[in-house]
Design a protein around this ligand. Structure first.
Ligand code: E4P
Length: 216
């Protein structure tokens, strides 16, 4: 399973990229606002750090405007993936960008039917939001399980990008279901490395070797 970082904070992205395990980055207008930087500037800088798909989201909602905006975003860097909301107006944009060789990520997916429609339109990625589904009392990972199964039936090449991840448990479940990608907040990404027995084991080995640990 590929791991993306869900962030527009360059320091976080650099730290995650330094592990050698980062496959891409997703951003959204909220994350860009938190970065305090200009959208196009920050997205181009991220693309220079991480050699993988970088999702940059459109801010318009009509078909014509999304198409123009998507093409502009795609010009920023060859790794830019145009992120579009799961609305009916975006579907022709997905199809036209795919025909132009531009990758798309259909975001704000909350149901199997939405995922099916976006895959039929030719989306490169679809992003089911598991955390937000869980917040409403639904089971986000069950929606992912259903999408994975449907995509297998019809051999869609669209990749399932599990988004709105809140915990390492979401990541474990996404991997068990065979999701293609999970996009993680920085803290969840770093939590994946930890286990108390690893920490204790490293400490004990160093102690037994007569070394005072500097940082474990
Ligand atoms: C994914 O592409 C989205 O940016 C993100 O995962 C949304 O997460 P949230 O529900 O925590 O805002």
């Amino acid at each position: 399973m590929k791991l993306f970082l869900d962030s527009a904070i360059l320091d976080e992205i650099k730290l995650a990229a330094a592990t050698g395990l980062l496959d891409g980055v997703t951003t959204n207008p909220t994350l860009i606002a938190k970065s305090g930087r200009k959208h196009e500037e920050v997205v181009a800088e991220i693309a220079a750090i991480v050699n993988g798909p970088i999702s940059a989201e459109v801010l318009s909602t009509t078909t014509a405007e999304m198409l123009t905006e998507g093409k502009q975003l795609a010009k920023l860097h060859p790794n830019i993936t145009v992120k579009l909301p799961m609305i009916v107006e975006a579907m022709p944009v997905v199809t036209q960008l795919a025909a132009a060789g531009i990758k798309t990520n259909v975001t704000l997916v909350f149901s199997v039917n939405q995922a099916l429609l976006a895959a039929k339109a030719g989306a490169t990625f679809i992003s089911p939001f598991v955390g937000r589904l869980d917040d409403t009392g639904e089971n986000g990972m069950q929606v992912v399980a259903d999408i994975v199964q449907v995509f297998k039936h019809y051999k869609f090449s669209t990749q399932v990008l599990v988004a709105s991840v809140r915990t390492p448990e979401h990541v474990r479940q996404a991997a068990l279901l065979g999701a293609d990608i999970a996009t993680l907040p920085y803290l969840v990404f770093m939590e994946l490395f930890n286990h108390p027995l690893t920490t204790a084991g490293v400490e004990k080995f160093l102690q037994d070797a007569g070394i005072t640990p500097t940082k474990v």
